[in-house]
Design a protein around this ligand. Structure first.
Ligand SMILES: *Cc1c(COP(=O)(O)O)cnc(C)c1O
Length: 430
């Protein structure tokens, strides 16, 4: 290229927009436009960038060693092609972080997986004590690795002696880690309650909100200091990318310093997302609101149907009531926590999440149901547009052998209902 040919890829002088004011556009709009200001190309669909390394300027007078670079504003992505090496930043993942920071509402970083994000959280906060409940077994696995390195103490979030009395264990700088809604049952916990208790001890509240992405839940509104997501689930939404997300509340003292420390730790631990996954992530977030509202609404209806049949409190046809009562023993989902509605309906005003679990009368019934269904894949994971069901023992030996976990997709809910109905009827005499 001759030196007087304008380079179309040179970044604008304009800084990326971060919407933080009262006129913040809605989630649906941000998911489409939050990265517009760092799109320097005429492509409407984002380009795919796979380069690991990026050319320096050809003007020797403008060469600034990395060490002397002014760091960009912490909650905005690197603009245009102002990248150096993709273990630090890369175009597609920067665009993804621009959109995520806006829809989550706090500065967000991406990681190679949800567990990599949880590891990053522990490395960053390096607590001596971690209080944690049940929940995703993989996070407990990460915590064991962290314990091996640090000799930290792991205590039960739901044991009163963790909180009260002379031997209470939590202190300043420790971590209270809450998963809500919790895997695999889809039961929700009161974030404000745990935030108040954690903060009274000088501990940080970290929330795994994978089961309730925006617009279902904003844990920061209820006092969370950090929020993590397995972006593999709803942010990805198509069962085709691994991703982790860590967001930090601006209300944390020194949050800019904390953000840069997480950024630097990620660069040295090398737990960045791949560029192709970053591209898939942006593609997926465009439809986040549509997908998640639909999936959560579908789950609410399916849960109400099964629960109504189970209790006989429904005007569903007798054959449906019979099929459910012959096979199902219990069902769990936040939508059934009516006693918690005073706080829960405020915490989750837009739906109770697309994952629920139910137990069958026997192990053989539970093992057999997935093979009878047409619109549910028998597979682990969750969050994709396609409905999944899992005999949960396949991947989690901490649950009973009668448990089925369902991740509801965007299909028509009545098609899903009739599929489940014929599946239950098919195993009723086992
Ligand atoms: C899947 C999941 C994780 C782990 O995420 P990966 O992307 O698989 O590493 C963590 N927490 C919850 C609640 C999950 O569902």
């Amino acid at each position: 290229m001759s030196s007087n040919t304008p380079n179309p890829n040179v970044p604008d002088a304009e800084p990326p927009i971060l919407y933080t004011t009262d006129s913040t556009p809605s989630l649906a709009t941000l998911a489409i436009h939050a990265d517009d200001s760092i799109n320097h190309y005429t492509d409407v669909a984002p380009a795919i960038h796979v380069s690991t390394t990026f050319r320096y300027t050809s003007d020797p007078s403008k060469l600034v060693p990395e060490h002397d670079l002014d760091l960009r504003s912490p909650d905005t992505p690197a603009a245009g092609d102002s990248h150096i090496y993709s273990r630090a930043t890369a175009p597609n993942t920067s665009r993804l972080e621009a959109v995520l920071s806006n829809i989550i509402g706090q500065p967000s970083l991406t990681y190679s997986s949800g567990l990599a994000a949880f590891h990053a959280l522990l490395v960053h906060l390096h607590p001596k004590v971690v209080a944690i409940g049940d929940g995703y077994h993989g996070c407990h696995g990460v915590l064991e690795v962290y314990k091996k390195l640090t000799n930290c103490v792991i205590v039960d979030l739901f044991d009163e002696s963790t909180w009260d009395g002379p031997n209470h264990k939590l202190g300043s700088g420790d971590v209270v880690h809450l998963e809500t809604p919790v895997n695999p049952h889809g039961k929700a916990y009161d974030i404000a309650h745990f935030a108040q208790r954690a903060h009274a001890r000088g501990a940080k509240l970290t929330v795994d909100a994978t089961f309730a992405p925006p617009p279902l839940l904003d844990p920061f509104k209820w006092g969370a200091d950090y929020v993590m997501h397995s972006g593999t689930k709803y942010f990805g939404g198509h069962s085709d990318m691994l991703c982790g997300v860590l967001a930090i509340a601006r209300s944390n003292a020194d949050w800019e310093k904390a953000y840069w420390s997480m950024w630097t730790e990620r660069m040295f631990l090398g737990s960045v997302m791949g560029s192709l996954e970053g591209w898939l992530g942006v593609r997926s977030l465009r439809t986040l609101e549509l997908r998640v509202k639909r999936q959560s609404g579908n789950a609410d209806k399916l849960v109400a149907w099964i629960d109504g049949c189970l209790k006989g409190s429904t005007d569903a046809p007798k054959a449906e009531v019979e099929a459910v009562q012959k096979t199902v023993t219990s069902i769990t989902h936040a939508s059934l926590q009516t006693e918690d509605f005073p706080w829960l309906k405020e915490q989750m005003p837009n739906g109770f999440g697309p994952v629920f679990s139910f137990s069958l009368k026997s192990e053989i019934m539970a093992k057999s149901v997935p093979s009878k269904l047409h619109f549910f894949h028998h597979a682990t994971s969750l969050g994709g547009v396609e409905s999944l069901i899992e005999w949960r023992r396949m991947s989690d030996d901490t649950v009973g052998p009668e448990l089925l976990r369902v991740s509801v997709g965007v299909e028509n809910w009545e098609d899903l209902k009739y599929d489940l109905l014929q599946g239950l009827q098919a195993v009723a005499s086992l």
